[in-house]
Write a protein that binds this ligand. Structure first.
Ligand SMILES: Cc1ncc(COP(=O)(O)O)c(C=O)c1O
Ligand SMILES: [Zn+2]
Length: 411
C-alpha cells in the first residue's frame, strides 16, 4: 500500500494506473505526474513524527511512490545541508542567501535523487535494464543505481561530456556511448534503442518517477526553513526536473496544511549559449523551440529542446518569476567567487545562479532585501576547474623554501 492515488497527465489530466510501469501520457504524449491522497497522508504523519526519522530522501516516505514493503535502491541520497551564505551575500550586497548543497549527494549531484527513485520504482514495476541520454551527471547516477541493484544500463552522452561523469558510469559497469551533437541527439537514439533492448527509457521527464525524487528537494527545503518558503528560488535549468519537481513538493505540503503562503518566485537560469527557456519566456511563448548549436561548458545546461518546456514556462509565469541567461565568463568567475567566499566548489551549472543574481540586481529586480534560495545542483569536483593561477613551485634549501612561502602567503 502506498499513498499514491493515480498518475495524471500534466497537460490533458488523463488518469493512468499507478500500478503499471508508465512513460508518457497515453492520450497526448505529454509528461505524467504522480498524485497522492494527501488527506490520508496528512492523517498518517505529523511534523513531530517526521522529526524522529532519519535524514534522507525517504524521510517523508508517505510522499514517495514506494509501496509499503518496497526497499529503495539507495546510496544514502538526500538530506543535504541548507547552507546560509553570509559572505557571498555581503559581497553581492544582498540580505539573505541560502544554498541547498546537492553536491553532497552520492555521485556528487542532485541527479542521485531522481535516478535513485526512478530505478527503484521502475525496477519494482518490471524494468530489467535502463537506457539514458545524459549531459553527464544523470548518466553517472543511472549507472551507479543500476549497479546497486544488479541491472544493466546503457548511457549515451554527447562528445565533450566531462570525463569524470563518463568514468563514473563506466566503472559502475554501464555501457557508455558518446555521440556527436547534444543530449537531444542522444535522446533520439535512446528512444529507438530502448524498446529494442526491452530496457526502460530514463529520459528526463519521459517517465513519472524521477520527478518524485527531485521533488524531495522541495520537501527538505520546507522542513529545513522551518516550514516557510523563500521569496525567490533560482534553479539552473536544463531539462527542468527540479523546476517542475520542487514546486510539486511545496504544493503537496501546502495542500496538507504544512506550509502556507505564496510559492517563491521561480527563476530559470541558463547559459547564453543554450537558453531556450529564457528565449521562450522573454517572447511570451507557451513552449520552447529547439536551440540551434547549443554550446556551454555547464554541461547540464546544454539541453536545446527540453521535453517539459510548457510546464516550466507555466510555473515561471504563475509564480511571477523569470528567466536569465549568463555568459561563460560570468559562470567561471562565479565559481571562483563562491569557493573563495563560502568554501563551496560548486558545479558550473549552479555557479550560473550566482552570476544570474548580479544580473537580476542590475535589472532592478527586488533581490536586495529578499530571502533567496539557490539550488547548488552538483559538486565542481567532477568538472574541469575554471582557470586558476599555477601553484607556486618550491625549490631550494629549507630556508629558501620557507622564505618563498612567507613571501607568497604574506605572513
Ligand atoms: C549539475 C547540474 N545542474 C543542473 C542540471 C540541469 O538539471 P535539469 O535537467 O533538471 O534542469 C544538470 C543536468 O544535467 C546538472 O548535472
Ligand atoms: Zn495527456
Amino acid at each position: 500500500m502506498s499513498f499514491v492515488s493515480h498518475v495524471e497527465c500534466t497537460i490533458c489530466s488523463a488518469r493512468h494506473d499507478a500500478k503499471r510501469l508508465l512513460t508518457v501520457c497515453e492520450k497526448c504524449g505529454q509528461m505524467l505526474a504522480v498524485r497522492y491522497d494527501l488527506a490520508r497522508v496528512k492523517a498518517s504523519v505529523t511534523k513531530d513524527m517526521l522529526r524522529q526519522r532519519a535524514a534522507g530522501m525517504y524521510r517523508l516516505r508517505e510522499l514517495t511512490p514506494l509501496d509499503d514493503a518496497e526497499e529503495p535502491v539507495t546510496l544514502g541520497e538526500g538530506g543535504t545541508p541548507l547552507l546560509a551564505l553570509p559572505r557571498l551575500a555581503a559581497h553581492l550586497g544582498m540580505k539573505k542567501l541560502w544554498a541547498k548543497d546537492e553536491g553532497q549527494n552520492p555521485t556528487g549531484s542532485f541527479k542521485a535523487r531522481g535516478l535513485g527513485m526512478a530505478i527503484t520504482r521502475s525496477r519494482t514495476l518490471g524494468a530489467r535494464g535502463f537506457v539514458i541520454p545524459s549531459a553527464g551527471n544523470a548518466g553517472g547516477a543511472a549507472a551507479v543505481y543500476a549497479a546497486r541493484c544488479g541491472l544493466p544500463c546503457v548511457v549515451i552522452v554527447p562528445r565533450g561530456t566531462p570525463p569524470a561523469a563518463i568514468a563514473e558510469a563506466q566503472i559502475a559497469g554501464a555501457h557508455v556511448f558518446t555521440i556527436e551533437g547534444s543530449i537531444a541527439t542522444a535522446g533520439r537514439v535512446v528512444a529507438k534503442v530502448a524498446p529494442q533492448l526491452g530496457w526502460f527509457d530514463l529520459s528526463t521527464l519521459k517517465e513519472p518517477y524521477r520527478l518524485e525524487g527531485k521533488k524531495t528537494i522541495g520537501l527538505e527545503l520546507a522542513e529545513q526553513l522551518d516550514w516557510r518558503m523563500p521569496d525567490l528560488l533560482l534553479y539552473p535549468t536544463g531539462g527542468g526536473t527540479g523546476l517542475v519537481g520542487i514546486p510539486k513538493g511545496y504544493e503537496e505540503l501546502r495542500a496538507m496544511g504544512w506550509l502556507s503562503g505564496e510559492l517563491p518566485r521561480f527563476f530559470a537560469v541558463q547559459a547564453e549559449g543554450c537558453a531556450p527557456v529564457v528565449k521562450a519566456f522573454v517572447e511570451g511563448a507557451e513552449t520552447t523551440t529547439a536551440w540551434d548549436s547549443p554550446t556551454t561548458h555547464a554541461a547540464g545546461l546544454r539541453v536545446p529542446s527540453p521535453f517539459a518546456g510548457r510546464q516550466m514556462l507555466r510555473l515561471l509565469r504563475d509564480t511571477r518569476g523569470g528567466a536569465v541567461a549568463v555568459s561563460e565568463q560570468a559562470i567561471q568567475e562565479a565559481q571562483r567567487l563562491v569557493a573563495r567566499t563560502e568554501g563551496i566548489w560548486t558545479a558550473p551549472e549552479s555557479a550560473a545562479l550566482v552570476a544570474a543574481l548580479a544580473l537580476l540586481k542590475e535589472r532592478g529586480e527586488a533581490v536586495r532585501d529578499a530571502e533567496i534560495m539557490l539550488i547548488f545542483t552538483g559538486s565542481g569536483l567532477k568538472y574541469e576547474p575554471p582557470p586558476l593561477a599555477a601553484p607556486t613551485d618550491l625549490a631550494g634549501t629549507d630556508e629558501q623554501v620557507v622564505a618563498q612561502v612567507r613571501r607568497v602567503a604574506g605572513a
